[in-house]
Unconditional design. Structure first.
Length: 223
């Protein structure tokens, strides 16, 4: 399969997903919306991944991205969104995206929902970096929840479409760059961690890599 990444920031790239795709024999390409590139025609890819962002692209590019996403959702092609990309999917499916009461930046325990279709442990730790939340679209199944976030993602259309708040794709190096560029807002919060806490245990990122493998395999399985 040929997968297209829609990238909105140099700090939110494909990361480990690119390595996984190459290792599984898939090809991939980038559309750098943050550099003014136009989204590709849907016919140019077999699957679409919408990456995270600090802010939307300019109005013209954003409109084109939404049209591409709408076409992809109506097609039979797999679609995956992370962070901002997940919110775009949720919004396109009729849910509301709004600022979170408690932003989550750092490692948080995630509990799988009883009806979750994801092939993941009942509880696991995930790296989160978001200040927005979204509701569960009609016809979708939830991923699970954290203490501060009841909807941490969902699957729609029998898992063809996946939305994730958690950043299973990030490595320690990419997380450090992200923190250095955009440190969390001032003020104490139990759901916002320091740079040292996020990077303290490298094994956390190794465990995330294994979870990413399971999510990606299930998402593209039999497509």
């Amino acid at each position: 399969m040929h997968i297209y990444f829609l990238q909105h920031s140099p700090l939110f790239g494909p990361a480990r997903m690119a390595d996984w795709l190459a290792g599984m024999g898939h090809s991939h390409n980038h559309c750098r919306l943050d550099e003014g590139e136009l989204p590709p025609p849907l016919a140019n890819c077999d699957a679409l991944i919408l990456l995270d962002a600090f802010s939307p692209p300019d109005a013209t590019l954003f409109k084109r991205e939404r049209k591409l996403l709408d076409r992809a959702l109506r097609s039979n092609k797999p679609v995956l969104g992370i962070g901002f990309g997940a919110g775009l999917i949720a919004e396109a499916l009729g849910s509301i995206v709004s600022p979170a009461v408690q932003p989550e930046l750092g490692w948080q325990p995630l509990t799988l929902a009883d009806e979750s279709p994801f092939d993941l442990p009942e509880t696991f730790e995930a790296l989160l970096w978001h200040q927005d939340i979204f509701g569960l679209p009609d016809g979708s199944l939830p991923l699970g929840s954290t203490p501060a976030g009841p909807v941490q993602g969902f699957a729609w259309d029998l898992g063809r479409v996946v939305a994730l708040q958690c950043h299973l794709e990030l490595t320690a190096r990419e997380s450090a760059a992200l923190y250095d560029h955009a440190p969390p807002p001032a003020g104490e919060s139990p759901y916002v961690q320091s740079r040292d806490e996020i990077l303290r245990d490298p094994k956390r990122f190794d465990r995330q890599a294994a979870l990413l493998d399971r999510v990606m395999t299930q998402w593209l399985e039999d497509r």
